[in-house]
Structures are given as C-alpha cells and as structure tokens.
Design a protein around this ligand. Structure first.
Ligand SMILES: *[C@@H]1O[C@H](CO)[C@@H](O)[C@H](O)[C@H]1NC(C)=O
Ligand SMILES: *[C@@H]1O[C@H](CO)[C@@H](O)[C@H](O)[C@H]1NC(C)=O
Ligand SMILES: *[C@@H]1O[C@H](CO)[C@@H](O)[C@H](O)[C@H]1NC(C)=O
Ligand SMILES: *[C@@H]1O[C@H](CO)[C@@H](O)[C@H](O)[C@H]1NC(C)=O
Length: 432
C-alpha cells in the first residue's frame, strides 16, 4: 500500500510527464493553396500545395479517412483531353484507391445527376471505399457543396478545392490543414456524420439527435493552441436545417466576423451576388451586402472584395459589384472591388471549367475565415457548406498568425497584375 506521500509524489511525477507529452504533441495549422499552371506572383508569399497536403494526409492515414465532397473528376476522362496537368489528380485517386483497401474510407458525395461522371466513384467503391450519395436536391433543394477531409479522427483539411484534377493545377484554390487536433476533428466529424445520416433518409430531422450537437460556436469557441499560439476556433455549417444544437450557421458566422472587424474586411470569393442565384423567381438577398455597407458606413471599416472573373461569370454580378465599389468618400467610406482573372493560353482554353480563382475566404484585422461556399443566398439558405473560423486576437505571439498569413495571401493577389479595379464603366467582357 503506498502511503499518501508517495501517492502524492507519483501524481506529481505523472502530471509532469503529461505536461511534457502535451508539449510534444503540438496542434498545427497550415494554409494550403493551388496556384494554376502559369500563374506567377512576384511575391515571397507561398504555401504548401493542396496536392502535397492531400498526399501527406493519405500517406499518414492509419485507421480512417472521411471525405465530404461535391463531385469527383480526378482523371481528365471527363474532358476528353489528354492534359498532362491531370497527373496530380490521377495520382491522388490512385492513392485513395490503395488506401481504401487498407483503412476505413468513407465518402459522402452530392447525389450526381445523370450527366455527372461516375467513374471515380465506381473505382473507389470497387477499391473498398464506402461511398454514399446525399440527395440534397430532394432534402433542401440545394447541393452538398462541402469539401473537407478528416483523417484518423485527428487531422482535418477544409477549403475550396473540389475532388477535381483541375482544383490541383488549373484552378486557384485555398484551404487549411490542421494536424493533431482531435478536438476539432471530432467536431467536424459531427458535420460529416450528419451528411452520412442524410444519405439514408428522405427528410432532414426537425430536431437533430444529441450526438450531432456541439459545444463550440461563435459565442463559445474551442480554445486551442495552434503552432503554440492561443487560438479560439469553431466550425460553422450551412444550411441552418443541417445545424444541430449549438452549431453556428455559416451565414451567422460570416455576419459576425464582419461585425467584429475594427479596421478591415478583405473577402476573396469566386462569386458574390446579393441574390438567390439559382431560384426560379428572381429573389433579392442582401444579408451580407447590407452588413458590409453597414460596417463601412458606421465604423469606417475598409472593405475590399476580390471576386473572380471568367467566361462563366454571371453578368449581373458586375453591376452589383459596381454598386458596392461606388461607396467611396475620402477617408469616410472605403469600399473597393477588384476582379481577379487567371490568364489562359490557347491550350488551357480547351479545358472546361478551369482557369478561375475559386477561393472562398475572408480575413479581417482579427479573424481568418476559410469556407467552402460561393457568396450568394443559395449557399447559405439551402446548400451544404462549412467553414473554419480562427481567432488569435488574444494571443501574445511572435510567430505569424493564420490571420496574418491569410492577409498576406489576399494582399499578394490584390496587388498582383491579375487584379483589375472595377469602376462604373467596367464590363465583364472587357476584363475576362
Ligand atoms: C517584383 O517586385 C519588386 C519589388 O516590388 C520589383 O522591384 C520588381 O521589379 C518586380 N518584378 C516583376 C517581374 O514584376
Ligand atoms: C475574437 O476573440 C476576441 C477576444 O477573445 C473576441 O472579443 C472577439 O469577439 C472574437 N471575434 C470573433 C469574430 O469571434
Ligand atoms: C460556385 O459557383 C460557380 C459558378 O456559378 C459554380 O460553377 C460552382 O459549381 C459553384 N461552386 C463550386 C464548385 O465551388
Ligand atoms: C505552423 O507550423 C507549420 C509547420 O512548421 C508552418 O508551415 C505553418 O506556416 C505554421 N502556421 C502558422 C499560422 O504559423
């Protein structure tokens, strides 16, 4: 029988050992990007490629990989071209196939319409992956647009890249990987489990069971140490009907991040529309637009939007952006809009749905928001998406924060020769 003295001593030793171990296991976060072939920035701001990050995650997987995805075209069979730059996507698919034979691989994918390619999905199923279709069209009249990975219930990837070879080499993308962070992975797992459940049902539960609920949201974020920096972190989700108890809906997250900014709000998204883009009747939807105008007017917050311009840009987006960009008045009102165009050579022009900036993030003087949604009403009202919000404002850290890194990415793109100021004469056709 140990005396209380020795028990006490062993407890102290034990707690030192635990402290030591917890110092060894550091959660870390890495921004990851896809920079399209031929796009060159005159800047030292670079990040690991999404391709490398995915390969790392696959090679490190010990027991499980869960992927939420919109569609799968990792080989270029879909385009009937022979693109050398499809090799990265093809390699990812091969590696995922091999992994599917070894560990549990679960894939939730939006139920493909008749015309969507099914080859990758069939290949993964044959390789041993458990693939389930989520019929969001029927469930919420939206789509499953979310893109994230959860590895070994420990590491996560979230970002704009689809499971598409173009997302690695021909489309500009941004995401984040968080390693060794089981608390965050567990919380993202709840969003994944909701998709998994929905793949087996015809209606969205009016009340989600307890196991899908979360303690972590915009009011009570998770307290983590990322790269040794104190961080408040949470995950938001859309549409609201998919949010169990405690989960911050993605729109509330966007609005609160904008409201919290003191100096600036920088937004880089592919599409920005104060409308319900896909509704059969015209519907105006200005929740985000109003919030931006409000902070610009009431608190002189500097607002910058970097929006994508390509062949398929909805022409109506331009006048709405011109309207925002007209809010300029010396130092009192400062809203600026630029269009980002990915240059295209004749060969690249042959690749459908490529050569575009597909980013979906926001950075303020306080917070980094990394999402998966385009910014129009549909994506917040009926389409499934999610976002990672990282707040390191309270940290006294000398190492760069995620917010600073994301701000540098935004400024690199904003200042680059690929961005053009929008003005009252701007027509889509003149720019892209
Ligand atoms: C790159 O930026 C530096 C510093 O701003 C400038 O001196 C240089 O001329 C630029 N180079 C190109 C190719 O734009
Ligand atoms: C970020 O954290 C600070 C300090 O903890 C808090 O006051 C602020 O509301 C947070 N911002 C957001 C957008 O969550
Ligand atoms: C975002 O919008 C574009 C253009 O409307 C659309 O093609 C795309 O499917 C949407 N979502 C993605 C892939 O992120
Ligand atoms: C965290 O650490 C990783 C690995 O050293 C580094 O690549 C990344 O840039 C760091 N992230 C931040 C926000 O400092």
């Amino acid at each position: 029988m140990p005396t209380s003295g020795t028990l006490f001593e062993s407890l102290i030793i034990l707690s030192h050992v635990t402290m030591f171990l917890s110092l060894l296991v550091v959660d870390w976060i890495v921004l990851v990007e896809s920079i399209p072939e031929g796009l060159v920035f005159n800047s030292s701001t670079t990040h690991q490629s999404i391709y490398e990050a995915w390969l790392n995650l696959i090679s490190g997987a010990q027991s499980s990989l869960d992927i939420a995805s919109f569609y799968w075209t990792l080989t270029n069979d879909d385009t009937h071209t022979h693109e050398a730059t499809a090799n990265q996507g093809e390699q990812i698919l091969q590696e995922l196939g091999q992994l599917s034979g070894k560990v549990s691989v679960r894939i939730a994918v939006d139920k493909p319409s008749e015309r969507k390619p099914m080859d990758d999905i069939k290949f993964l199923t044959d390789s041993g992956a458990d693939v389930r279709m989520v019929n969001m069209r029927e469930l919420t009249s939206g789509v499953l647009h979310t893109k994230f990975w959860i590895v070994d219930k420990k590491h996560i990837y979230i970002g704009s890249a689809n499971m598409d070879w173009r997302s690695l080499t021909q489309v500009k993308e941004l995401g984040a990987v968080v390693y060794d962070c089981s608390c965050l992975a567990k919380d993202l797992g709840k969003i994944f489990e909701a998709y998994w459940y929905l793949s087996q049902t015809k209606t969205v539960p009016a009340q989600w069971p307890e196991k899908y609920s979360t303690l972590y949201n915009k009011d009570t974020p998770m307290q983590l140490s990322l790269n040794g920096t104190d961080s408040s972190v949470y995950l938001s989700s859309s549409p609201p009907s998919l949010c169990a108890e405690g989960r911050t809906p993605d729109l509330q997250s966007v609005l609160s991040v904008i409201a919290d900014a003191q100096q600036f709000v920088y937004i880089a998204v592919m599409n920005y529309l104060p409308t319900m883009e896909y509704s059969s009747h015209k519907r105006y939807w200005a929740d985000i637009d109003t919030q931006l105008r409000r902070v610009a007017y009431e608190r002189s917050v500097r607002v910058r939007l970097l929006i994508s311009c390509w062949d398929s840009t909805n022409p109506i987006m331009i006048p709405f952006l011109r309207s925002l960009a007209s809010l300029q008045d010396k130092s009192k009102l400062d809203v600026q809009v630029r269009l980002f165009t990915v240059p295209t050579n004749p060969r690249q022009k042959q690749i459908p749905y490529a050569r575009v900036n597909h980013n979906k993030y926001m950075v303020t003087d306080k917070v980094a928001y990394i999402g998966t949604s385009n910014w129009s009403g549909d994506y917040f009202v009926n389409t499934a998406g999610s976002a990672l919000v990282v707040n390191q404002t309270s940290a006294q850290s000398i190492s760069p924060t995620v917010q600073e890194q994301l701000q540098a990415v935004f400024e690199r793109d904003w200042e680059s020769s690929y961005s053009t100021d929008i003005n009252h004469r701007t027509n889509r056709k003149d720019i892209c």
